[in-house]
Design a protein. Structure first.
Length: 252
C-alpha cells in the first residue's frame, strides 16, 4: 500500500473531492483525519472507511478559525502520534461576484477559507514536518487560479494565492524534506455549487462564457487519484508545482 502507516489530515473531507481523497488514502493504508465544518457528514465518511477496515477519525474544523486549526492538528497528533500528510481541500465559491460589486465581507470570507485556512494549517504543521525532516502538503487549487475568469474576483484571486503559496513553500522547504504541491481541478461533480446561493448575473455570464469548451465534467475520485500520487513516494521528485486535472479544458 502506498500510504501504509502514514497519518493524513484532509480538510473539507465530508463530501466531494475531500471525501474521495480520505477514502482512497485509507484504502492505501493511511490513518485519516476527516476534517470538516459538518461533523455529522464527516462521521459518516469515517463510518464508511472503518466499515472497509480502514482507520479514520472525524474532527470538526472551520479552517477560517485559528482555534479550530490548532485543535485539528493537536488532536491529530494526540490521536495518532504524528502527522505525515496535510491536504488543504476545504474551499468555498463566491457567487461569481465581479470586482465592481465585491464587498469586503465576501472577500474576507472567501480568503478566510480558501487562503488563510491553508496558511494556518501549514504553519501549524510545519514544526512537525521539520522535526521529522519529512512531510507532504497537497493543496486543492483550481483552474480558476490559472485562468482569469472561471469564477468571481474573490475566488479567482484566492486560488491564484493558493498557487503562489504552494510554489513558495515547495521551494523554500525543499531542502528540509518537505514537498508542497497543488491540484487544479476543472469542473468536477461535487456539492461545492451549494456555496453558490445568489449568483451575480453579469459575473456568471462572463465566467461561464467558455463552458462549452469543457470536454467533460470530472468525478471526485479522478482528482483523488492525483492527490494519492502527490502524497505517495511515486511523486518524490514532484515539488512546488500544480497538476491540472481538467480533461484538457485549459489546453484550449
Amino acid at each position: 500500500m502506498k500510504l501504509e502507516n502514514k497519518v493524513a489530515i484532509v480538510t473539507g473531507a465530508a463530501s466531494g473531492i475531500g471525501k474521495a481523497i480520505a477514502i482512497i488514502y485509507a484504502k492505501e493504508g493511511a490513518k485519516v483525519v476527516v476534517a470538516d465544518i459538518n461533523i455529522e457528514a464527516a462521521q459518516a465518511v469515517v463510518s464508511e472507511i472503518t466499515a472497509d477496515n480502514g482507520a479514520a477519525t472525524a474532527i470538526v474544523a472551520d479552517v477560517a478559525k485559528q482555534t479550530d486549526v490548532d485543535n485539528l492538528i493537536d488532536t491529530t497528533v494526540k490521536t495518532y502520534g504524528t502527522l505525515d500528510i496535510l491536504v488543504n481541500n476545504a474551499g468555498i465559491m463566491d457567487n461569481f461576484v465581479p470586482a465592481g460589486d465585491l464587498t469586503d465581507e465576501l472577500w474576507e470570507k472567501v480568503f478566510g477559507v480558501n487562503v488563510t485556512g491553508p496558511m494556518r494549517t501549514i504553519r501549524k504543521a510545519m514544526p512537525i514536518f521539520l522535526a521529522k525532516k519529512k512531510g507532504v502538503i497537497v493543496n486543492t487549487a483550481s483552474i480558476g487560479g490559472l485562468q482569469g475568469s472561471r469564477a468571481g474576483a474573490a475566488y479567482t484571486a484566492s486560488k491564484f494565492a493558493v498557487v503562489g503559496l504552494t510554489k513558495n513553500i515547495g521551494f523554500q522547504y525543499a531542502l528540509s524534506g518537505i514537498r508542497c504541491n497543488a491540484i487544479a481541478p476543472g469542473g468536477v461533480n461535487t456539492n461545492i455549487g451549494k456555496t453558490i446561493n445568489n449568483p451575480d448575473k453579469f459575473g456568471m455570464e462572463r465566467a461561464t462564457s467558455g463552458s462549452a469548451n469543457n470536454p467533460r465534467m470530472g468525478e471526485p475520485m479522478e482528482i483523488a487519484n492525483v492527490a494519492l500520487f502527490l502524497a505517495s513516494d511515486d511523486s518524490s521528485f514532484v515539488n512546488g508545482t500544480v497538476i491540472t486535472a481538467d480533461s484538457g479544458w485549459t489546453a484550449y
